[in-house]
Design a protein around this ligand. Structure first.
Ligand code: NAD
Ligand code: TYD
Length: 334
């Protein structure tokens, strides 16, 4: 199969492209990415010269480009999105355009070219917050931020295309990921890189917000299983049922790096900050047999080591070097 992957230069997308090409030697990928501030071709350097991987710089909201790429491919796995909650609070417009309009353009292209599969990568954040128990796939969506509301909107569009047009679509809703190549605006890479630079670690509010952290390769494997064996029209939650407070994560990072707890600085809270995310992965476990294979302790340590070994990678991002470079090469304004 020739698969159109969107957002494959981002954090999860780049890990997925590598995982998928290694696992499926007779398949190939067309990787469409706009290279926004979050996309980075350095995440894909090991794929240079791989004839089964073709990178296409472009925007998912461009219907002409999507018509052309959908004609060449058999299926879509859709990661591309604006993904940072804080940015969505400050500047929501790009979230509406990319996450909703972009998904619509992809759905239309996939429908026109009679694709065999459309896998939409969504998030547990669409369910909103709950203090106890886990959300199942049947729960109503009560998103809190413009980011999660835009993802929930795209989920509903995807479901409607399955119901109305019989598009062979599926949706996954995963919990928070961590691992190599995550942009250092998200909690874990921000805290690791700040600690390495002896900068303060900004913890929002009391730091007792809970997230269910999943190592990115466990997520990639779950996506692969849903893509190949999932039931058309279905939604699959993905998570590890191991919620941790933000303070627990930050303290683990400081302990591992041998840095003082005095680097922690409690700062102003995020508006509409969801207290706890928790999804039940019972369906994907019982139907597809997927299980997470990494423990948070060992995979977080592995991740911290990766950021210690890749100071150049995040140093260039933090200095804005990539942004300037892509603006020059692709004429995109980020
Ligand atoms: P990311 O921000 O690291 O990467 C997003 C990628 O999409 C970037 O490469 C960016 O250049 C690209 N992109 C953005 N707008 C585009 C556009 N208009 N056209 C083409 N490409 C565009 O994001 P991520 O953390 O890798 O998340 C990937 C997907 O997984 C998203 O859909 C997100 O909602 C979902 N998700 C993320 C997490 C998480 O913890 N990171 C958890 C669950 C689900
Ligand atoms: P984040 O990585 O932005 O993911 P999300 O908001 O999508 O879950 O944030 C994870 C948690 O960490 C969330 O509760 C907000 C908190 N946080 C901080 O306390 N400080 C920070 O600097 C950031 C980026 C996040």
């Amino acid at each position: 199969m020739n698969i159109l992957v969107t957002g494959g230069a981002g954090f999860i997308g780049s890990n997925f492209v590598r995982h998928f090409l290694e696992k499926h030697p007779s398949d190939s990928i067309v990787n469409l990415d706009k290279l926004t501030y979050a996309g980075n071709l350095d995440n894909l350097t090991d794929l240079e010269g791989n004839s089964r991987h073709r990178f296409v710089p472009g925007d998912i909201t461009d219907p002409v480009l999507l018509d052309q790429l959908a004609a060449e491919t058999d299926a879509i796995i859709h990661f591309a999105a604006e993904t940072h909650v804080d940015r969505s609070i400050v500047a929501p417009e790009a979230f509406i355009k990319t996450n909703i309009q972009g998904t619509f353009v992809l759905l239309e292209a996939s429908r026109k070219h009679k694709h065999k599969r459309f896998l939409h990568i969504s998030t547990d954040e669409v369910y909103g917050s709950r203090l106890e128990g886990d959300f199942t796939e049947k729960d109503v969506l009560t998103p809190s931020s413009p980011y999660s509301a835009s993802k929930a909107s795209s989920d509903l569009l995807v479901s409607s295309y399955h119901k109305t047009y019989g598009l062979p679509a599926m949706i996954t809703r995963c919990s928070n990921n961590y691992g190599p190549y995550q942009f250092p605006e998200k909690l874990i890479p921000l805290m690791i890189s700040n600690a390495l630079e002896d900068k303060s670690l900004p913890v929002y509010g009391d730091g007792l917000y809970i997230r269910d952290w999943l190592y990115v390769l466990d997520h990639c494997e779950a996506i692969d299983q849903v893509f190949h064996r999932g039931e058309i029209g279905e939604i699959y939650n993905i998570g590890s049922e191991s919620g941790k407070t933000n303070l627990e994560i930050v303290q683990f990072i400081l302990n591992t790096l041998g840095k003082p707890m005095s680097l922690i600085e409690h700062v102003k809270d995020r508006p509409a900050h969801d207290r706890r995310y928790a999804v039940s992965p019972q369906k994907i476990q019982s139907v597809l047999g997927w299980q997470p294979t990494y423990s948070i302790e060992s995979a977080l340590e592995k991740t911290i080591r990766w950021y210690c070994d890749h100071l150049d990678w995040w140093g260039r991002i933090k200095s804005g070097e990539y942004r300037d470079m892509y603006e020059k090469i692709y004429g995109v304004s980020l």
